[in-house]
Design a protein around this ligand. Structure first.
Ligand SMILES: Cc1cc2nc3c(=O)[nH]c(=O)nc-3n(C[C@H](O)[C@H](O)[C@H](O)COP(=O)(O)OP(=O)(O)OC[C@H]3O[C@@H](n4cnc5c(N)ncnc54)[C@H](O)[C@@H]3O)c2cc1C
Length: 447
């Protein structure tokens, strides 16, 4: 008899979510996590001197109305959110301008934009599904005449997906996420619900882990899984350095690039071609080069998102979020934390020469964007990330084209996280996927 009803591999947002939901329904659940702490890509670390630094920018689209907040409520928890983001500013003509002034749309362009947004709102699910295979570049070439509106859509698509080119952003996913944002902000595209949890993103992942442990989930941290064997016996084997487990249900709650390493080509239970296909998706993800900085004074005080479609001298799109403008508790009094990221491709991040060149030029440009930055700098982390938002929000990889949360050929094998079925930006996609995965497991069990 199995010791556990379910084994979850990975204690990120998705793994913590599935485990917490299933244990609350009475399933004995074990989580195996390679790191010593929960949270996966969404963690907060303490820097001596009173700083709390997130693992990269981590703001939650739709805040307390997000899928992530829903997941938290399902395990009986609420958190305190900061004030919402108040729009976007764009760097143009040597200074930051409110988006409306930067784009300065004519009356006709404003009308066209309103008509375009209205056309999104009346789209059927089938139409959005169809657009999941169409890129933002293809869509705007056909439907948008104004280059300014094209640039606006490109910037919004980049902020949503962390992808650096409109050719690789799925229009279906863009529209679906955009409509959810409008719906959840009471019908107004100007009012945002983007928020961060007080104290950093680790606050939520910590609460998720505590809620799961309290419900009875058993956690083994510092325990990398080495191999998973689907087999044909109805039990799935999970092998770590210290132990071998078998369970009737295993949830792979880890991104595709980590997940594929755990299966073998010899595993005859896996459908033919599946592992090869999954391996082909490993680099279909978003990547960022940038900085996180701590400064002795606030260099920009408005609670807005800062963006640029093409950083002067660098050519990559930029997103900046100054967390202390929303949450003063993450820095010593009067100080500032800013997350500054240029979206690029995994190949660009891995290319050391490109990386050195870009970070040098990028830092120079930042001095112009934020005069006084160098002098007030307390610390600076140079960041390079591959795999920011899981499986890229690219044509043919979103909506119903995402890898599913279950494998019909291997009953008992499930998947959860921001690489599998689940709409939304990063953490919301991980949360949606976790809820779908838990529902599927319970329905397969007739619960
Ligand atoms: C720099 C950066 C900025 C981001 N900014 C945002 C943002 O602003 N908004 C947003 O919504 N999202 C953002 N994201 C994305 C967000 O962090 C992810 O979408 C989300 O955390 C994914 O959760 P997950 O559970 O799917 O995967 P993960 O967090 O990757 O969890 C997987 C877990 O599996 C574990 N694991 C891996 N291999 C093994 C193994 N062999 N054995 C055991 N355990 C294993 C890992 O240690 C990890 O804990 C950002 C991500 C990054 C990196």
């Amino acid at each position: 008899m199995a010791e556990y009803d379910v084994i979850v591999v990975g204690a990120g947002i998705a793994g913590l979510g599935v485990a917490g939901l299933l244990q609350r329904k009475g399933l004995k659940t074990l989580v195996l996590e390679k790191s010593e702490t929960p949270g996966g890509r969404a963690k907060t670390s303490v820097i001596p001197g009173g700083w709390r630094k997130d693992s990269g920018l981590h703001c939650v689209d739709n805040g307390e109305k997000s899928a992530y907040a829903d997941l938290l409520r399902k395990v009986g928890r609420e958190i305190a959110w900061t004030i919402p983001l108040e729009g976007m500013m764009v760097f143009g003509e040597e200074k930051w301008l409110p988006a409306a002034d930067y784009f300065n749309l004519s009356e006709k362009e404003n009308e066209d934009l309103v008509t375009l947004i209205a056309s999104f709102a009346t789209m059927s699910e089938e139409e959005i599904d169809r657009l999941d295979k169409v890129s933002m570049a293809e869509f705007t070439k056909e439907k948008v005449a104004s280059p300014k509106i094209v640039e606006l859509l490109n910037i919004l698509g980049m902020l949503q997906s962390t992808l650096s080119k409109p050719e690789i952003i799925s229009m279906g996913e863009f529209i679906s996420t955009f409509l959810e944002q409008i719906m959840k902000s009471g019908g107004s595209p100007d009012k945002s619900n983007v928020r961060v949890p007080f104290g950093g993103i680790g606050t939520i992942t910590g609460i998720q882990a505590a809620a799961a442990a309290e419900a009875g989930v058993k956690f083994e941290y510092g325990t990398p899984v080495k191999k998973v064997i689907a087999g044909k016996s109805g039990m799935i084997k999970v092998i770590t350095e210290k132990a071998e487990y078998a369970a009737p249900r295993v949830v792979m709650a880890l991104p595709i690039w980590d997940m594929v390493k755990l299966f073998s080509d010899d595993d005859k239970a896996l459908p033919k071609g599946w592992l090869k296909y999954m391996r082909s998706l490993v680099d279909e993800t978003s990547a960022v080069i940038g900085f996180t900085v701590g400064a002795s004074k606030p260099l920009f005080t408005e609670p807005v998102y800062l963006a640029v479609w093409s950083i002067p001298g660098v050519g990559l799109p930029l997103q900046i979020f100054i967390q202390t403008n929303f949450d003063k508790t993450v820095a010593p009094p009067g100080h500032m934390i800013a997350y500054i990221g240029a979206c690029c491709t995994p190949e660009q991040v891995r290319d050391d020469r490109y990386f050195q060149d870009v970070t040098g030029k990028f830092w120079e440009t930042l001095q112009k964007m934020f005069p006084g930055l160098e002098e007030s700098l307390v610390w600076k982390n140079v960041e390079r990330w591959v795999g920011v938002d899981g499986l890229g929000r690219s044509p043919g990889l979103t909506g119903k084209y995402r890898p599913p949360v279950f494998m019909k050929e291997v009953p008992g094998l499930y998947f959860a996280g921001d690489c599998y079925t689940g709409r939304g930006i990063g953490m919301n996609s991980a949360a949606n996927s976790a809820m779908l995965c838990a529902e599927k497991i319970l329905s397969d069990m007739g619960k």
